[in-house]
Design a protein around this ligand. Sequence first.
Ligand code: FAD
Length: 554
Amino acid sequence: EVDELHKRPPRRVIGGPKNLVMTHGCKGSVLKAEEIHENDPRQRLVILGSGWGAVSVINQLDHKKFHVTVVSPTNYFLFTPLLPSATVGTLELRSLIEPVRRLLAKLGGYYLEARAEDVDFENQLVEVSGVNKSEGRKFYGMSDYFPYDKLVIAVGSESMTHGVEGMEYCNFLKSITDARDIRRKVMENFEKASLPTTTDEERRQLLSFVICGGGPTGVEFAAELYDFLNEDLVGYFPAIPPEEVQVHIIQSAGHILNTYDLKISEMTEAKFKRDNINVITGARVGKVNPTSVIYKDKATGKEVEIPFGVCLWSTGVGMTPLVKTLVAKLPTSQSNKHAIETDAYMRVLGTPKETVYAIGDCATIPQPQFVGKVMEYIKEHDTNNDGTLSYEEFKSLANKIVAKHSILKVFLAHIDEVFEKYDMDHNGKLDFDEIQAFLRDAEKSCTALPATAQVANQQGTFVGKRINTIYDLTSAEEIEKLPPFKYTHLGSLAYIGGNDAVLDMGRGMVYSGLGSEYMWRSVYFTEQVSMRTRLLLLLDWSKRAVFGRDISKF
Ligand code: FAD
């Protein structure tokens, strides 16, 4: 078969630029940009992914310096922060996406609809496979490789399932297909519930919406459902008594929106209580059945079953298959369990310098001397000088340093469990060895920065600017002088329904109410990647204000 491939003449890749020809190597086929390499001073930059990180790199690039190829299974950029609004028809799905080819046009860039399967770091080749099922996974029946001079890995993350059984009965909210599936299911359930043949029990089950995970995605989905019920249900579904519609949020930590300021969590919980949204905290989902969720109350150990018509699973993010493959290939340099480790310049540890970068959800920057610095602080503040911290002392110190060491934020959300797990001798105190063990695990099992569009955007902009600058530099000393990446937190926003949003600016500055909702809208309006999506967004918001949501099931 390999001989046969060698005999094949070089082929053009359909849809590729004129100078891109395909030749075959012993490893399979190599998608090779020959003319570019020989006559063109530009470097071949391959970007994996077409999300927040990738688009921020593209926006910075100089087309005279790089021949850009984006490899991604999705041929569009998705504006994820507004995805919850598409689940009940507040916004149209098409208003959230921008074709990646349009974004690449100004660079004369090339898009390859494919999935990256692996990277050969030594030979600078990305192994790609087709995404069109009818053509088979591989383009030409064997592995195909795409060469690069520089590579940016921006493949995002996957929903984390924590090994819970029954994920096949859940909906996720990561992609445009997920939002379309939820929207269809929500409308389908309302239609089924309105049928005269539906029993009371069936109706209650169909109209029960269970959200596993009280982070921003779960909260915003609950808020959108609330708006839909209040603004559209009463008028268009007269057969459904509004009180029969139940929305439950099951959250394992003590509060929803637990990565925000505590005041925001409390404000949101109070609002949801007024809106009859059932917030269950301190509870862990153990199993999902076809039409019910079983959770355990952590305080009492009691198991509770809630029937559902739609169950949204949104409990954090983990590695994509590609990231798992790449991390496993670099065992001596990579040890984080959630993302690819980079240095402070977003260069992937264990790969040739200034060649491979990783950004966004799939990357993490190690926090230098994190364990040492936190231990130092804790020792300094051990007021009773006995080398131990009680639960309250531990919590109060961790809260004080959380702004500096954001890794702790995730753990603070589960502080009871952390304390229980590391208190080996069960004496209600953590000694310094136990705290150190906790910090070491925290460092390995968390990403240093939150998995947000804000982080991906800033890292993409940084890498785009850096590689543009490096192209013109001639010596390694000049490159070494360039500044590292520095994250600037611009605040966190979440829509909580009924024309209300919450805004956390950090350092205790929190806002809510109509003003925050306008802020939420204007931030997302300005952050759009094109005038086209800006206009579509305005039209959708106006259409909804005048005519209500489109409640057709399609
Ligand atoms: P993504 O934007 O997810 O892009 C990953 C890209 O990689 C995709 O194009 C994907 O198709 C592609 N890809 C995947 N596998 C491969 C492969 N093997 N080969 C090639 N390409 C591949 N963040 C905020 O800051 N504010 C918010 O309000 C907010 N709201 C959110 C709401 C929802 C519903 C969701 C799901 C996320 C939200 N986020 C928000 C988080 C934010 O979307 C992510 O942090 C951000 O998208 C990360 O950017 P990224 O470039 O790393 O990954």
